[in-house]
Design a protein around this ligand. Sequence first.
Ligand code: SF4
Length: 329
Amino acid sequence: MSKTVGIPKGLLYYDFYPMWKTFFEGVGSKVVVSQDTNKKILDEGVKNCVEDACLPVKTYVGHVINLKEKNVDYIFIPRVVSVERKKYLCSKFLGLPDFIKSLIGDLPPIIDIEINYYKNNDKFTQNEFIKIGRMFGKTKDQSLKAYFKATHQQKKFESLLKEGLTNLEALKVWEGKNLVKEESNYDLKIAVIAHPYDIMDEYISMGIIEKLKNMGAQVYTMEMLERDLILEGVSMLSKEMFWNYERDILGAGLYFLKQKNVDGVIMVSAFGCGPNSMTEELLERIYKREKEVPFMLITIDEHSGEAGIMTRLEAFTDLLRFNKKAVMV
Ligand code: SF4
């Protein structure tokens, strides 16, 4: 019988699930994903994590506990150092497997390979995936075949994002599910910029994207932008950003500001996020200084209330509509 590998539905799940799932199935295992975030998962995460961790890491801890309860044979918690040449991820990702092991006892074996594309050399990460293949009795060639199939599926998923789907929608399409047909009579365009795991987790973000759509806004996320547009935006800064997600947040924020092709920009940030404490401050200052596009910062934490978020979104969309009318008069 195939061994089961649990993948926690948090952090980079929203960016790399197609690759990871395809690879694990390619080496003959069965993938089990934790449940969608709910109160129990978040409460368990908060209870078992250190207090000063960021909200997405606390939530991730809850997902690992959920998988432990499902009695999977392994849990995949990679040490993701870099997903792009000469760029790093936040240090939380670098120590994630050790951090989780130190918090939760009696876990099934953790598959904690290192994912590291810093040197633009696929070889290092390929070898790490070959190590996984070996655990499942596969030869180097069989593992490489699974790896290349996985990277191909990942590219398919990423091209769906560039067609204008959010990560959640792209994941659904990638899995062959149908999307609910959307109303197309949006009268506002709003960019929502954030780490994908902050806004794609509908429980911790309280469904910000769906709420905005229901309020008549077409939503754009930074993943929908082509890389050269992100780089165009970030070129307005005098220094290079070495974290790739923060580079993307700043690049997208500055691109929308320069192009003025949206009515407003919302940045969603998780409480306790070190890198975001810098990017949100920087973006907020630049938007305030330029006064060209309305900007709102929403910080989410485990205590955020839905009513509070709703009020802020309603106030923001009202303001954007008021601005549009004022320009038309
Ligand atoms: S970037 Fe921020 S939110 Fe993401 S893991 Fe690091 S500290 Fe947490």
